[in-house]
Design a protein around this ligand. Structure first.
Ligand SMILES: [Zn+2]
Length: 885
């Protein structure tokens, strides 16, 4: 699964961070520990034959399932999962004997049903028959409906499923845990004019003569329940053949051409992974199915053979798709296709190893993206992903990558930045330690050994160490079993005979318990790569808190060269001064790593603010586009720091215009055919940020283009459409806001409509923000867009959005998918600096969230408290820097 992309979700800069973690796991886990389960282990399913008849208009469905299972010991009952399922008839049979009735009793809280046979059955193979009915939801959980208007303006409804983590139980009574792998036959009765899609190709379709058709899909390989998929609607399907595999993209009727980019990407990626894993893709086909609207929780899901992706990260629409969104289409596809092997063919045994699925797919996504698109310099994006993880990992509310999961709610909360981005960063570090070839050989062996099975994290480490990466296991354990961020201090550098000797020590980087972390830091085995700028790198392992390394050459010292390490680096002031002078000579990835480290060390009071600002000043005029983007973001952060200080905001805006205006002039305000993707991204970032700060030229150009829409409705079409409208939305008056709303109402596609309604929430004007909130509670935006509008308001007005969501809590919760309920309100609050917010969130959590679901609230609270404490210090130091300008 790909979690919601925070950058794409908001037009404003104070983006919502999805933070959701659960309590740190207790010490170490034994490899021999049994796989956890919420179900008794006395029965194992081997095959499901499911028949489902959806009634899309009534949002209900009828189901029948025949489950073949093995009873492992004599028993009168078995227990499986079911949620919101009405049991109509249950019976059980042994072999060819006649079925005898059984009784189902439901435990709604545990999401289970216990089947009582009325007598003790002996050990052996049985068949369970269940007739049942269930609900079709309107947020993306279980089986759900998404409504949209087709290009003629007609109202349409399509049906999809989303089962990860634990929602297959809303579709079929089942052993809904990843270790219960079985084969599946799915048969569905659908309207005769609609297409039906599932994991396997259609085996047979016959018209029932009553306006309905019966569609039977091929039998799946052995797989976990959470990977089952079904979709139906008025679809088009485009395909490409890759060896024996038919690769497809399934879109709403008429959208075929917009799916071509994703189809081409999928075709390349399947070939790449076939080779990388040295195991051919095992199903006959691989579709990627587009759904309109969105979820607050995820953007795409790796159902085996039938990936589901929301349109806004799958369709390439020349009217609206930006260069960055197109990169996102490729990356999301690369992520979900990586899961077809890593996750689907080999699956974590239980959700505490979710990171293995997600960290790995995130890492593989970057690797495959970089392979096919070297000009995107995707390795630079890894630095930002690592930064996001370290940001959360520096608070006491973090958790280890491998975490204890015991309830359904905890499973949903485990899909977080630590699982994805720290997981990716740790794998990046381990691959660098092992070397690319040994790492890949280990993976190939792992894939072959565990195909169609389940694993624990240590199975992967064992395979890679066996392939030749001696010492990998202990590093891997340190970074996955304990939380937190190592801090490597460069204590001294001695130049002797053309060589430099570094003394390193290891502490712990913390935002909220700096003294405690310094007094008694956790210990890691940290692989460190260092170099003298311009010379060859050398490596060492810092172990037990200290290490030494000798580097060829003398001069500016760079630690974590290449940025594959998951740790921060603290230099002495002299070393920082030398690095600042050498800054233009650093590789862009090291420039970015140094800028990020330096700023975070400032926020944590490990070094003066001046040190980070001097680095920003040291950026060369012709820096890499991503480095310039990072500096642009720093100005946006500083601007936001002076929320109620118009004079200093004006000064910062003037500085930003002076510094970045010429860069924008050079790039031009229009997209050129010859633009590189990085130039296109930088242009968009400059327009957004300068527009955010009210730059006169940018705001005037946004108005001019917006006015031009009156005579030419296509005046804004193209990759910068959302960027320009974002500037308009932020600076909108009532007339402009009304016109944006009208553009949303009359949008000719769901894709354009989605972007317009998010923009309505992005206004700086508080009256307009209130209007957006009120509009979000009406049916106008559509079931899945309203929560995004509220989120968009929170970007600029977090306190307003939270007050609104609390005042309308019951209504707002119906706009958010079940998996995200406990995260939504703390997510809105995340940009707040108001001390009163802490009490509001505490009261909310105590009244409405179970204790095990309060982690997102606790994390937001600690971030707000730290912000309130640190901002006065940061502001006072920035004041001096501004004064000197
Ligand atoms: Zn994933």
């Amino acid at each position: 699964m790909k979690i919601r992309s925070i950058l794409a979700a908001s037009a404003a800069f104070l983006v919502l961070t999805p933070i959701s973690q659960i309590q740190a796991a207790p010490a170490k886990q034994s490899a021999a520990q049994l796989v956890p389960s919420q179900l008794p282990r006395n029965a194992v399913p081997t095959h499901y034959a499911i028949t489902v008849t959806p009634d899309a208009a009534k949002l209900r469905y009828d189901g029948k399932v025949r489950i073949e299972f093995q009873l492992k010991s004599a028993s009168k009952t078995i227990t499986l999962n079911a949620a919101d399922i009405e049991f109509r008839a249950v019976s059980v049979a042994k072999g060819r004997a006649a079925a005898t009735p059984a009784n189902a009793s439901v435990n709604a809280a545990a999401q289970t049903a216990t089947i009582d046979f009325g007598r003790t059955l002996t050990e052996g193979r049985y068949t369970l028959f269940i007739d049942y009915a269930g609900k079709i939801l309107q947020q993306a959980n279980g089986i759900f409906a998404l409504d949209y208007k087709d290009p003629t303006g007609a109202e349409k409804r399509a049906i999809f499923t989303q089962f990860e983590a634990p929602d297959a139980r809303r579709f079929v009574p089942s052993w809904d845990e990843p270790s219960y792998k079985a084969t599946f036959d799915l048969k569905v009765n659908v309207p005769a004019d609609q297409m039906a899609v599932s994991n396997m190709p259609v085996a047979a379709r016959r018209d029932l003569g009553n306006g309905m058709a019966e569609v039977r899909f091929g039998t799946t390989p052995k797989m976990s329940t959470y990977l089952l998929f079904f979709g139906m609607g008025e679809f088009d399907r485009i395909t490409k053949q890759v060896g024996p595999t038919e690769v497809g993209v399934v879109v709403g009727k008429g959208n075929g051409p917009k799916g071509q980019y994703a189809l081409d990407a999928s075709a390349k990626l399947v070939g790449y992974y076939n080779e990388y894993f040295d195991t051919p893709y095992p199903l006959p086909k691989l579709d990627n199915v587009a759904g309109p609207g969105q979820s607050q929780f995820f953007s795409a899901m790796e159902n085996w053979g039938a990936i589901f992706t929301f349109e806004r990260v799958l369709l390439n629409d020349p009217k609206i798709t930006s260069a960055r969104t197109r990169q996102g289409i490729f990356a999301t596809d690369a992520h979900e296709i990586a899961h077809q092997w890593f996750g689907n063919l080999v699956t974590m045994a239980w959700w505490d190893d979710l990171w293995l699925n997600e960290g790995f797919a995130s890492w593989m996504e970057s690797k495959a993206t970089a392979h096919f698109n070297p000009e995107w310099q995707s390795n630079l994006d890894r630095v930002n992903g690592r930064e996001g993880a370290m940001g959360l990992d520096a608070y006491v509310t973090t958790h280890p990558v491998i975490q204890k999961i015991s309830t359904v709610e905890q499973t949903s909360q485990a899909f977080d930045t630590i699982t994805y981005q720290k997981g990716e960063a740790v794998i990046t570090m381990l691959e660098a330690f092992a070397g690319e070839d040994i790492w890949r050989n280990g993976l190939r062996a792992y894939m072959k050994k565990h195909a169609y099975g389940n694993t624990r994290t240590d199975d992967l480490w064992t395979a890679v160490e066996a392939a030749g990466a001696k010492g990998l296991v202990k590093i891997a354990h340190d970074f996955t079993r304990q939380p937190g961020v190592p801090l490597i201090s460069v204590d001294s550098a001695q130049c002797v005979n053309g060589m430099t000797q570094l003394a390193l020590s290891q502490s712990e980087f913390s935002r909220d318990r700096k003294t405690a972390a310094a007094t008694k830091p956790q210990r890691w085995n940290v692989p460190v790569i260092a170099q003298i700028v311009g010379n060859a790198p050398a490596t060492t392992i810092v172990s037990g808190g200290a290490g030494n390394i000798t580097l060829p050459g003398c001069g500016a010292v760079l630690v974590n060269a290449g940025q594959s390490g998951y740790y921060r680096v603290l230099y002495t002031p002299d070393m920082m001064a030398a690095l600042k002078d050498a800054f233009p000579k650093l590789a862009p990835i090291d420039q970015l790593g140094l800028l990020n480290d330096s700023q975070s060390l400032v926020y944590g009071a490990y070094q003066p603010v001046r040190t980070a600002l001097e680095l920003v000043d040291a950026e060369p005029a012709a820096a890499n586009q991503r480095v310039t983007e990072d500096n642009v973001a720093t100005f946006a952060y500083l601007y936001g720091l002076y929320d109620k200080d118009a004079a200093r905001q004006a000064k910062l805006a003037a500085m930003a215009t002076q510094r970045f205006g010429p860069v924008l002039d050079r790039l031009g305000m229009k997209q050129n055919v010859s633009d590189s993707t990085l130039d296109a991204n930088l242009r968009s970032a400059l327009i957004s940020t300068l527009g955010y700060m009210g730059d006169a030229n940018v705001v005037a150009e946004a108005s001019r283009l917006f006015n031009a829409l009156d005579t030419d409705p296509e005046a804004l079409d193209g990759p910068l459409r959302t960027t320009w409208l974002g500037v308009v939305a932020r600076n909108a008056d009532q007339a402009a806001w009304n016109k944006l709303r009208m553009l949303g109402q009359s949008a000719e596609s769901q894709l354009v409509k989605s972007s317009m309604y998010r923009l309505l929430g992005a206004s700086r004007d508080i009256a307009l923000a209130n209007q957006a909130l009120a509009l979000a509670l009406t049916p106008e935006p559509g079931a899945t867009l309203s929560a995004a509008m509220i989120g968009s308001v929170a970007g600029e007005h977090p306190d307003l959005a939270v007050d609104f969501a609390l005042a309308n809590r019951a209504a707002v919760e119906t706009l958010v998918d079940v998996s995200s309920t406990s995260e939504f309100i703390p997510g809105l609050a995340n940009g707040s600096s108001d001390p009163a917010m802490v009490a509001k969130l505490t009261t909310y959590a105590e009244a409405h969230l179970k204790p095990e679901s309060r982690k997102p609230v606790e994390q937001t609270i600690v971030a707000i408290q730290t912000r309130i404490t640190s901002q006065p210090r940061i502001r006072s130091e920035v004041n001096s820097w501004l004064h000197a300008k």
